[in-house]
Write a protein of this length. Structure first.
Length: 368
């Protein structure tokens, strides 16, 4: 089912554009030019994406599954309806993301990209939020639309964008991957995988709580696997799949603990390897998005987390095994204000810009 946007215009020439749209377009062109010069890995593809052609994918090929993980930034809080900052305003008034609407002003549908979202806390039950061919639904968006449209345009095989995450989770505790060991810092012992609680005084016995290190990791992975076990339900007609890549947008909660921020890079490297192992996808690509408010050169915990994310990028050279396989999108130039802990003020453009950049980065990795 599509959502109608009757006032959307898709003129063929600038002469038909309202003056306000021309002004917004000129600003967008200038900003994109500045971003391309200052941070080429931060911007989405220079060529505008075309409208979906309405055709299904080549179902003789395995479904290419891309798993989206993280916390509330990945979950998405971009407003669909409203004034400035909403997706509807961006499309109608600013002329942005024209591939999202058709000539009649209705949301387009990608019949070659399946959008699936499940969520649950820890290892508890799973709630399904999305299971449809990609089109804008509901009142909030995350980066999945920019991601899905780039992947669908670039891929002949069927694509599934599978999101399995929940908000307010840290890599250093809730999402800690298997294989992570205990460590000590400033007289405290910090949990390794399956330990409980998060931290305790050195020389004392930890008293377990009803949560353990990595509990959200285990749950998110299990829920994603459950979707793939029932493939035909989530991609009708599909017979087989390949996990082709992962998208990661997270880091907010880790910035509140020095220990977690200091271990972020080590944990992120392990996460990449463990996800590949858990989904039997040793060649799967990995795209990371930084926190939008954090500038290069920042100090403190935010600076540590940003540095960790940039260090694992395959072009950085620190991890040769990640060359051509891991890409980090620096999102500060793409953010429209606000911060990760406030969900960027719900500005849909931030979520679309980051999603487009992440999707384009994955396409580039796939082409290498």
């Amino acid at each position: 089912m599509t959502c109608s946007l009757p006032s959307v215009r898709r003129p063929l020439s600038l002469l038909a554009l309202p003056a306000v749209a021309i002004a917004y377009g000129a600003i967008a062109l200038a900003v994109n030019a500045q971003l391309a010069e200052a941070a080429p890995r931060s911007v989405h593809a220079g060529d505008e994406l075309p409208d979906p052609d309405g055709k299904p994918a080549d179902m003789s090929k395995p479904v290419q599954v891309y798993i989206l993980l993280g916390q509330s930034n990945m979950l998405g809080a971009g407003k669909v309806n409203g004034e400035e900052g909403s997706l509807k305003f961006a499309v109608e008034t600013k002329g942005l993301y024209p591939y999202l609407v058709d000539d009649a002003g209705a949301w387009t549908v990608r019949n070659d990209v399946r959008h699936v979202r499940v969520m649950g806390s820890g290892t508890g039950g799973s709630r399904q939020f999305n299971n449809e061919f990609m089109t804008v639904t509901g009142g909030k968006i995350g980066p999945e639309y920019g991601i899905g449209h780039h992947l669908g345009h670039a891929t002949e095989a069927p694509v599934m964008v599978l999101k399995s995450c929940i908000g307010n989770r840290s890599l250093g505790w809730d999402l800690l991957p298997p294989g992570s060991e205990r460590y000590e810092l400033d007289g405290k012992v910090y949990a390794g995988y399956k330990d409980s609680p998060d931290v305790w005084d050195k020389g004392t016995e930890p008293e377990r709580i009803n949560w353990y290190a990595g509990m959200q990791y285990d749950g998110d992975v299990a829920r994603a696997k459950k979707v793939l076990e029932d493939l035909d339900k989530y991609y009708p007609g599909a017979k087989e799949y390949e996990v082709a890549g992962f998208f990661w947008w997270q880091g907010d909660k880790d910035r509140y603990k020095d220990a977690h921020a200091s271990k972020y890079e080590e944990n992120l490297v392990r996460l990449i390897g463990q996800l590949r192992a858990d989904f039997e996808a040793p060649e799967a690509k990995f795209v990371i998005a930084t926190l939008g408010q954090t500038k290069k050169g920042a100090d403190g915990n935010e600076g540590k987390i940003l540095e960790a994310m940039l260090n694992v990028d395959g072009t950085a050279g620190k991890y040769p095994e990640f060359k051509g396989a891991v890409s980090t999108v620096y999102t500060h130039p793409l953010s429209k204000g606000g911060a990760s802990n406030g969900h960027y003020g719900g500005n849909a453009e931030t979520y679309m810009n980051v999603g487009e950049a992440m999707g384009h980065a994955m396409v580039e990795l796939n082409e290498d």
